[in-house]
Design a protein around this ligand. Structure first.
Ligand code: ADP
Ligand code: MG
Length: 254
């Protein structure tokens, strides 16, 4: 099987696969045997109570947390192998976190082109052209020369999404990207994620926006104490949860 196809050895349509992933912090098991596939162009929403392991799961995929057991396979490559080149793996994974982490001393354009230039070593003109194209796509073409502090929180998150997409990642990880925003700014960021889905972007996102998950996700995964307690299409999971744990959670959060 060609690795260039971007899938796993078993199924080229699977972009990301977690197999029996375990992670403990000291005595506390936070991910307790996670098996999860994300297919090409699929949008998967991770939901679950605070502390259920959503962020830790995303951080293990981006190699911010080493795992204790299991495997993480990206495009056919075992990225949980300790010998992998971390920067090269991260260039294949776009990440946006809850808190804006744009570089305040760089313009919006430089924030977006940075990884292309320094990690992928693309020429400056090419990296900047790609960054301008992405800024247009997120509706911020006119902000290229601004510094992040002149942008609203919603605009900053849209820049962060453009930056994450710049290296053409195989998968985009989004961790509660609207939870630090004022309510009136949430919509523009969620609309952008919806647009990304329409153009075919593979997304794994933790969210507490249940209406959004229901609307945009192809599949919803409910995490409970570091385990996948239940998963399915949003219509099924939100209207007819099969487990008591999911039912209790949804009663509290919807
Ligand atoms: P969620 O994103 O679903 O709220 P997290 O993945 O952030 O959950 O946290 C899951 C559990 O792991 C929590 O009990 C949290 O306190 C714990 N945890 C997360 N990161 C660390 C860390 N670096 N050290 C110790 N415990 C951690
Ligand atoms: Mg979290």
């Amino acid at each position: 099987m060609s690795r260039a196809a971007g899938g796993t050895e078993a199924d080229p349509e699977i972009v990301l696969r977690l197999e029996g992933v375990r992670k403990a912090f000291g005595p506390v098991t936070v991910l307790d045997g996670i098996d999860l596939d994300v297919a090409r162009d699929e949008v998967v929403a991770l939901i679950g109570a605070s502390g259920s392991g959503k962020s830790t799961l995303l951080r293990t995929v981006n190699l911010l947390e080493p795992i204790d057991d299991g495997r993480i396979v990206l495009g056919g490559d075992d990225i949980s192998d300790p010998r992998v080149k971390v920067d090269a793996v991260r260039a294949r994974i776009g990440v946006v976190f809850q808190h804006f982490n744009l570089f305040p001393h760089l313009t919006v354009l430089d924030n977006v082109s940075l990884a292309s230039r320094h990690v992928l070593r693309r020429p400056k003109a090419e990296a900047n052209a790609r960054a301008r194209e992405l800024l247009e796509r997120v509706g911020l073409g006119d902000k290229a020369d601004a510094y992040p502090d002149r942008l609203s929180g919603g605009q900053q998150q849209r820049v962060a999404i453009a930056r994450a997409l710049a290296p053409r990642p195989a998968v985009l990880l989004l961790d509660e990207i609207t939870s630090a925003l004022d309510p009136e700014l949430v919509g523009e960021v969620l609309d952008l994620v919806r647009t990304l889905k329409e153009v075919g972007t593979t997304i794994l996102m933790a969210t507490h926006e249940m209406a959004f998950a229901r609307d945009v996700a192809d599949r919803v995964v409910f995490l409970d104490s570091g385990r996948i307690a239940e998963q399915g299409p949003p219509e099924q999971l939100f209207t007819a949860p099969r487990t008591d744990r999911a039912r209790e959670f949804l009663t509290r959060f919807t």
